[in-house]
Design a protein around this ligand. Structure first.
Ligand code: NAP
Length: 482
């Protein structure tokens, strides 16, 4: 489709309190139509260094703002976002493709994150520890780490950026946000809300450009003290290597390959409903998507039949259309990868019970796909699928289920459906995952920590843990207290 037939809006970047356009731009495509509909300014590495200088200058005064005042700013950001929920949700759907109700859900969760960290800004406690030598006292203080570089992915464009921005701002850090090139526009609206909330200039800046250059400048510039990244394990490993050269502090939220174990004693309807949500939410493009579904053999056929019926009822289409539950994949390459995984599973002996093909026409649509009897050797059981493909296979007992579940280098999330309390507690202890959904398909919430074990990451976001990565701990040893 020629891009000249639609009006392409240009978005500037938000730098040191000003909206600035640049000569070069990144084009943004609607994955439901394949059309470029907007573009955003692209800066170069020198401009990133300048933005870091501004952030450092702003840090000198932002760090002195009281926790109460920073809390007020965060609540004000949340209030600005609430006023523009529908506009932000529509923008997410246009650039990312997800169904509009899911975009609204993302905005609401983002707002809740700002309110949560507004509370945390007022609870950055130090402590006094008992002295063991007469005449001394020991004070433990928490200080903001400094300038933070935040890099976010396209699958939940604003909520994942917020899991970095909100705690960093609450802690007294200043932040540069680099959103994914596929989905930068919702972050522009977020930046507008931060500006409207009156956050001082330079405290938050929005940048876009070459990911390699921005990542390298974040890591090599001595003024940037912390890099918080959400994205693929491959890019995360590259950034971890870079951080070693400058000992830059890092937080890493990386890929997943979540297992779901459904036991014979589970509530079958609840388990099927949960599997549909955990698999197909965000069109399967979620780091916590149920990547592999293991069902105990005595209920395997019943589960498959119900799951198949529900999968067949999912409406596929543009996320802006009513009742759509499966939107487009992010780009053409994602479709190609998904089709390769389906072909490989079939070659390994899996049965395609439903879907398995691209939906012809404009946009990147894959039919929701149900694969049965998928062997552990199939590629889709060993990588992050990131598409609406549900591989299902049977297991016999708890020990075998746990072995399957943990047979991955990832450890972000796991799901268990059972009505046996003792089993639920055993599995909570034995599954290698940062988040476990027990009879729950949507476990992430502002109040509880989120993050990965093994190659799924380093550190935790959200919960009371979420602000810690943006704080340094200092010991003040005081003598002469006679
Ligand atoms: P990605 O390709 O790793 O990109 C993520 C971000 O990193 C984007 O902003 C990207 O910029 C940037 N980037 C790419 N190469 C870079 C480099 N060399 N240096 C610095 N930054 C670089 O991941 P994605 O495809 O956007 O997102 C999907 C992945 O994110 C999946 O693996 C998913 O599991 C993971 N994820 C994890 C979590 C979690 O909380 N653990 C949450 C959501 C997603 P450009 O867009 O400009 O390339």
């Amino acid at each position: 489709m020629p891009t000249s037939t639609i009006d392409i809006k240009t978005y500037p970047l938000y730098l040191d309190g000003q909206w600035i356009d640049f000569d070069e731009h990144i084009e943004v495509t609607n994955p439901a139509t394949g059309q470029v509909f907007a573009r955003i300014a692209k800066l170069n590495r020198k401009d990133v260094a300048t933005a870091i200088d501004h952030a450092q200058k702003a840090f000198m005064s932002w760090r002195k703002v009281t926790g109460k005042q920073r809390s007020d700013y965060l609540n004000a950001i949340a209030n600005q976002l609430a006023l523009r929920t529908e506009e932000i949700a529509q923008t997410i759907t246009k650039e990312n493709g997800k169904p509009l109700p899911q975009s609204r859900g993302e905005v609401n969760m983002m707002i809740d994150h700002y309110h949560w960290f507004a509370g945390e800004a007022r609870r950055i406690y130090g402590r006094m520890v008992p002295h063991q030598v007469e005449g001394k006292r020991h004070l433990i203080l928490k200080s903001p780490v400094g300038v933070v570089g935040a890099i976010s992915p396209w699958n939940f464009p604003v909520v994942l950026a917020t899991r970095k921005l909100a705690p960093a701002l609450a802690a007294g850090c200043t932040v540069l946000l680099k959103p994914a090139s596929a989905t930068p526009l919702s972050s522009v609206l977020l930046a507008e809300c931060i500006e409207a909330a009156g956050v001082p200039r330079g405290v938050f800046q929005l940048i876009a450009g070459s990911a390699q250059d921005i990542g390298a400048e974040f890591m090599e510039n001595p003024l940037c003290r912390k890099v918080s990244f959400t994205g693929s394990t491959a890019v995360g490993k590259n950034l971890i290597e870079q951080s070693a050269r400058t000992v830059t502090a890092i937080s890493m939220e990386l890929g997943g390959n979540a297992p779901m174990l459904v036991f014979g004693d589970a509530d079958l309807d609840r388990a099927v409903a949960g599997a549909i949500i955990a698999k197909f939410r965000n069109t399967g493009q979620s780091c916590v998507a149920a990547n592999r579904i293991y069902v105990q053999r005595n209920i395997y056929d019943q589960f498959l039949a119900k799951f198949l019926t529900d999968a067949k009822s999912l409406k596929v289409g543009s996320g802006l259309e009513p009742d759509v539950e499966i939107g487009p994949l992010i780009d053409d390459q994602a479709i190609e990868l998904a089709l390769e995984l389906i072909a490989d599973a079939q070659a390994c002996g899996a049965k395609v019970l439903y879907g398995g093909h691209r939906i012809e026409g404009p946009g990147n649509f894959l039919a929701p796909t149900v694969l049965a009897d998928v062997p552990p050797t199939a590629k889709c059981m060993n990588c992050e699928i990131f598409a609406p493909i549900a591989p299902i296979c049977p297991f016999d007992d708890e020990a075998e289920g746990i072995l399957h579940a943990n047979a991955t280098e990832y450890g972000l999330a796991a799901y268990v459906y059972t009505n046996d309390l003792a089993r639920a507690l055993r599995l909570s202890e034995e599954l290698d995952a940062g988040t476990i959904g027990l009879n729950d398909a949507v476990p992430a919430v502002s109040t509880s920590p989120f993050g990965g074990c093994k190659e799924s990451g380093l550190g935790r976001e959200l919960g009371t843990e979420g602000i810690e990565p943006y704080l340094e701990t200092k010991h003040i040893s005081i003598g002469g207290v006679d």
